[in-house]
Design a protein around this ligand. Structure first.
Ligand code: FAD
Length: 414
């Protein structure tokens, strides 16, 4: 089961990915994202949209994101917040006291220069525009408390966002978006399109799987699958025959992120996943991660990243930089999403994809999965996003199986 040179054609049988995911990967990744280390992420949902000024925030009830109380957070994150406050105060103090600079020794300056250089070096690998976690508006959010589901966010605003995202891939003509690039477009651009389309599919599968069914009269509202919504979005009849290809793109991005996780496994195996609420919980988190990494190890070669960005080294380098810039713009576009809940999950999932691309293309992890070089670094936020983003894709694949059953049951009943 290998991805052909074409990238567009995956020789993998969808059924074999279903089997791997639904029985092995999905239960494991689901356990991981419930753990303290993985459920809290620090993001700034109030960043200003850089692309247009009319970024109206919608007031739909289901777009609301619940904030965390400081007291709900595990100890280690509370400590980080306190530490950051202290650092900010110390910095302010130093800035208002010029003597501080005169007194600072040469070695402090060299350390700072070294740190700046390192930051610059890390930024070269990044495919995402990271949120500044020390910003006053950045806050820890509980992803379990704020599940991705139907919010009612729709056209024209949602279309404006999707169109801008696809246009980053040089689509002059938005009519072509749904069809994808022409066959003769270069491999990397087709790759890019399939990732975005796969992400789009995953989001739309989730909103169909956790749809709001309004309660009648005095009955409560219920969240649950809506097979008609799913059918409308992916059935060949209602999508000009394109729905099945969009679904395949979900399997494609799943294989790409799975490969990234497996490739970075030697690095992750050394992490502790410490959150500090309970030792048992932290040990369980570590065990669950090791268990998942072991499970996916044998399935990672369905996608081969070395086929991309090769050929003439200068052209390949330029293409990769172009790709990186475009992807960074996509992460910036997330700040323009008008619905907070969609913005939260949009940020998490684009960061997961960007982190996967960093793992696959930074050139700092050897492709035979052996030693990851010391210079390769992931932040906690990148790790949390990577697991949660992959968990979303895994969940979508499991939901598709569920929809297949629901739809075949309703056809046999009628
Ligand atoms: P859209 O999904 O908006 O698609 C626009 C057009 O793109 C379609 O008409 C079709 O031609 C094409 N298209 C559709 N799917 C694909 C695909 N997979 N690949 C290629 N082309 C495609 N809504 C929620 O309810 N909950 C959420 O959590 C949520 N999160 C979102 C996050 C982001 C970042 C964005 C941009 C939107 C989010 N939405 C969410 C909105 C949701 O994705 C849809 O935009 C909305 O439901 C309107 O759907 P639509 O039928 O008009 O088509």
């Amino acid at each position: 089961c290998k991805l052909r040179e074409e990238v567009d054609d995956c020789e993998c049988k969808i059924e074999s990915i279903d089997k791997l995911n639904n029985y092995q990967v999905h239960p494991r990744i689901n356990t991981i994202v419930q753990k303290d280390y993985f459920r809290f992420i620090k993001l700034n949902l109030n960043k200003i949209c850089q692309f247009w000024t009319d970024d109206a925030r919608c007031s739909l009830k289901d777009c609301h994101v619940k904030s965390c109380n400081q007291d709900d957070l595990p100890a280690s994150f509370r400590n980080i917040i306190n530490q950051q406050d202290e650092n900010a105060q110390a910095e302010n103090c130093e800035q208002s006291n010029p003597l501080g600079h005169i007194n600072s020794s040469l070695s402090d300056e060299s350390i700072k220069a070294f740190e700046d250089m390192k930051k610059y070096d890390d930024a070269q690998d990044n495919f995402c525009e990271p949120d500044d976690e020390t910003h006053a508006q950045a806050e820890y959010l509980d992803l379990v408390l704020n599940p991705e589901r139907f919010t009612g966010y729709k056209a024209p605003h949602a279309h404006k966002i999707w169109n801008s995202i696809y246009r980053e891939n040089c689509f002059e003509n938005t009519d072509r978006i749904a069809y994808g690039p022409e066959k003769n477009t270069c491999l990397e651009k087709r790759f890019f399109y399939r990732l975005v389309s796969g992400l789009h599919t995953s989001i739309n599968v989730h909103l169909s799987a956790r749809f709001l069914h309004k309660g009648l009269l005095d009955q409560a509202d219920v969240w649950g699958p809506n097979p008609e919504e799913f059918k409308k979005r992916f059935d060949p009849e209602t999508t000009n025959g394109l729905g099945p290809q969009w679904l395949k793109n979900l399997y494609f991005i799943y294989l790409v992120e799975l490969r990234a996780l497996a490739k970075v496994a030697p690095y992750l195996e050394k992490e502790t996943f410490y959150a500090g609420r309970s030792q048992v919980e932290d040990e369980e988190a570590k065990f669950a991660v090791l268990d998942l990494l072991k499970t996916i190890k044998n399935f990672q070669y369905h996608f081969n990243e070395t086929r991309l960005f090769r050929g003439n080294p200068i052209e390949a380098k330029t293409l990769k930089e172009e790709f990186q810039t475009k992807f960074r713009n996509i992460t910036r576009i997330m700040d323009c999403v008008g619905c907070d809940k969609c913005r939260l999950w949009g940020k998490v999932q684009t960061l997961a994809l960007g982190t996967s691309l960093k793992i696959l293309f930074s050139g700092k992890i050897s492709s035979d999965n052996a030693n990851s070089k010391n210079s390769f670094q992931l932040t906690r936020t990148e790790i949390v996003a990577l697991f949660n983003g992959f968990a979303r894709l895994s969940n979508s694949i499991a939901e598709i199986e569920n929809f297949r059953e629901l739809l075949s049951r309703s056809t046999t009943e009628t």
